[in-house]
Ligand binder design. Structure first.
Ligand SMILES: NC(=O)c1ccc[n+]([C@@H]2O[C@H](COP(=O)([O-])OP(=O)(O)OC[C@H]3O[C@@H](n4cnc5c(N)ncnc54)[C@H](OP(=O)(O)O)[C@@H]3O)[C@@H](O)[C@H]2O)c1
Length: 318
């Protein structure tokens, strides 16, 4: 195993060099799942904002086994099976070993496979965060029934959004390609539209419903397509926001519009990840796995991820 020592705080001279794992767990046998937006972070388009050196790896979702813990780690020891979201400064998950902060690591029960665990974090947390921002929606189904449209329901985020929305008693309309309609119905969607048909392009609900919320996981729809399909207070939660989305957001706020567009960048939270892992354990949600690739073929997996045509999650195994 590679070893490292580092300063964990200012001062202390040579004696302050400590086990580089302080507050972290070292994980082995950790499959990861890929998230397409990291492509944007690595691409030159965001260079002025991110810089190349901040992002070390394409994967930050992992589900592995703890092999070593650093100073200050309280809840894990060697042998624990976990699910974690890695931080940018500790490198990516496309590696034989991964280093996860304890505060973004949760236990993985034996009922949750490493593959299901690795597929979950970013996609599941993004879907969940969007749903929790919908007025009246409660994830345990105790809220009012809301009409939700989920675009790109066959993608990593969309598949979880459909399942979590149904657990919360929403009426779900989903959009996807024709080849995935049966799959998305099997995940619980009430109505499915083929995005390549005129109705799909217009995002029209087959039953004529107006949407209280849209979880927008596809790209490149103008506000003018959403607007006529929204209920009086309808909101679009856009997880693929482009500059025009931020302008629409500002305009709708400034004009006190009841219909709004909300650009979404998910912030991972440990307690939410723990909650989602429990749902997987109880069999209430599951990941659709597009494909599995060995680490030696990570480039193939990455190419598929950024193609925008995966069905569910792409897994890379060490
Ligand atoms: N904001 C955040 O915090 C956050 C977090 C995670 C992901 N993201 C971003 O969210 C987006 C979705 O990522 P993802 O991993 O969920 O999915 P993905 O892998 O990008 O989705 C692929 C799926 O979407 C379908 N699809 C493509 N265009 C579509 C359209 N116009 N209408 C309906 N379905 C369409 C494809 O079907 P076909 O193959 O049949 O075309 C394919 O099954 C990405 O851009 C990702 O970077 C953002």
């Amino acid at each position: 195993m590679m070893r490292a020592v580092q300063y964990n705080s200012y001062g202390g001279g040579a004696a302050a060099l400590k086990n580089g794992l302080c507050g972290h767990c070292c994980l082995a046998n950790s499959p990861t799942s890929l998230v397409p937006y990291f492509f944007l972070l690595f691409s030159s388009r965001l260079f002025p904002i991110t810089g190349y050196t901040i992002f070390f790896g394409a994967g930050i979702d992992v589900a592995g086994e703890v092999v070593e813990v650093g100073l200050g780690v309280k809840n894990y020891k060697a042998g624990h099976k976990v699910v974690a979201v890695l931080s940018n400064e500790n490198g990516g998950a496309l590696a034989e070993f991964a280093v996860a902060k304890e505060n973004m690591t949760v236990s993985r029960p034996q009922e949750v496979s490493a593959e299901q665990g690795a597929a979950l974090p970013i996609a599941g947390l993004t879907a969940h965060e969007c749903l929790l921002r919908i007025a009246g929606f409660e994830d345990d189904g105790s809220g009012q029934q809301v009409n939700i449209l989920i675009t790109a329901a066959s993608g990593g985020v969309g598949q979880y959004a459909v399942q979590l929305a149904k657990l919360g008693n929403a009426h779900v309309t989903a959009s996807c390609g024709a080849r995935n309609i049966d799959l998305i119905k099997s995940l619980g969607a009430d109505e499915v539209i083929d995005y390549k048909t005129p109705e799909g392009e217009a995002l029209k609900s087959p039953s004529g419903r107006k949407y209280d919320a849209v979880i927008h996981c596809a790209t490149a729809f103008p506000w003018s397509t959403f607007e006529p399909n929204l209920s009086a207070n309808g909101k679009v939660f856009d997880i693929t926001p482009r500059p025009t989305a931020f302008m629409t957001f500002a305009l709708k706020k400034l004009t006190f519009s009841k219909k709004q567009l909300v650009p979404m960048i998910m912030t991972p939270k440990k307690e939410k990840l723990d909650y989602l892992v429990k749902l997987v354990k109880e069999g209430k949600i599951k990941a659709v796995i597009d494909s599995k690739h060995p680490l030696s073929k990570a480039e193939e997996a990455w190419a598929k991820s950024i193609s925008g045509h995966a069905t569910g999650k792409i897994i890379v195994e060490p």
